[in-house]
Design a protein around this ligand. Structure first.
Ligand SMILES: Nc1ncnc2c1ncn2[C@@H]1O[C@H](COP(=O)(O)OP(=O)(O)OP(=O)(O)O)[C@@H](O)[C@H]1O
Length: 268
């Protein structure tokens, strides 16, 4: 098992009409890694994540998860196999509590129907729900959001909402978690917290992380390996140091691009 990468992307290409979003992309992510995908706007990062999560189906190539081909499986089927994700733009239920938002993440794992009738309170369904609640409480503790567990999600600061979104995604206990700009729009302190949670995801829950992030400082600090995309093509892949030393990366990131590289992530 150990020599099979958790995720293997083989020669994936994706086009939207005439636009080549991805051209012949191959890479692997090993169990326990934090693997980051970086690149300028429109480079194909989100398209790549969407091909892995099942939102998009590549025109060419294969995607394997734990050695099993998942290229054409629907997102739900991939979630059940252990691929979880968060989105670039927040996707919480604003009118629901933090606790309920996270419970929703685990809902599909419930075997029993909550409304199985008058026997509910004495039934396996009740016991099952209690077990789910315990798992959710564990995640709430891990992400240090106990104090807001009853709060309505829509009333929270942006940074806290991003943390709740992460909680909901990890509530499914995925083996691989795909994070789309987890720190977009955060202040420095929020970013530091989020970086710590991402690093601990593996230690505490054994999760492997694949993320898109624009903040180069964070990417270089917490990634085991980094892949750079530009115009849908792979430019370089390697350790943070090797990637930073790459000439193309230096030009793209230290040249004409935004020198701060603090992506707002607030794409419509
Ligand atoms: N659903 C879609 N329909 C048409 N074109 C799309 C679609 N999704 C992405 N594209 C195009 O594919 C290319 C890659 O886009 P993608 O969103 O993957 O890049 P990105 O690196 O994630 O960019 P950003 O950093 O701005 O989020 C772009 O030219 C984009 O316009």
């Amino acid at each position: 098992m150990s020599d099979v990468p958790l995720l293997k992307v083989e020669a994936v290409s994706l086009a939207f009409g005439g636009v080549k979003a991805l051209t012949d992309i191959s890479f692997s992510v090993n169990s326990g890694e934090v693997f980051s995908i970086i690149g300028p706007n429109g480079a194909g990062k989100t398209s790549m994540l969407n091909c892995i999560s099942g939102r998009y189906s590549p025109n060419q190539g294969r995607i394997l998860f734990s050695g099993q081909e998942v290229t054409h499986l629907k997102p739900n089927a991939r979630a059940e196999l252990g691929i979880g994700r968060t989105f670039q733009n927040l996707a919480l239920f604003g009118h629901m509590s933090v606790l309920d938002n996270i419970m929703v993440g685990r809902h599909h794992m419930l075997n029993n129907n909550f409304f199985t009738g008058p026997l509910y309170w004495f039934s396996p369904a009740k016991r099952e729900e209690l077990a789910h609640r315990r798992a959710v409480e564990e995640i709430i503790d891990f992400l240090e959001i106990s104090h807001i567990r009853k709060a309505i999600a829509g009333t929270l600061s942006y940074g806290l909402r991003k943390r709740v979104e992460l909680a909901r995604a990890i509530a499914l206990k995925p083996d691989l978690i795909l994070l789309d700009e987890p720190m977009a729009g955060m202040n420095l302190e929020e970013k530091e917290d989020m970086a710590r949670y991402i690093m601990d995801l593996n230690a505490e829950f054994g999760m492997t992380v694949t993320m898109i992030e624009h903040d180069m400082g964070v990417v270089m600090d917490i990634s085991d390996r980094v892949m750079v995309l530009d115009f849908g093509k792979k430019v370089v892949e390697g350790s943070p140091e090797a990637v930073m030393a790459n000439e193309h990366v230096q030009k793209a990131y230290l040249g004409e691009e935004d020198p701060e590289l603090e992506g707002t992530g607030e794409v419509a």
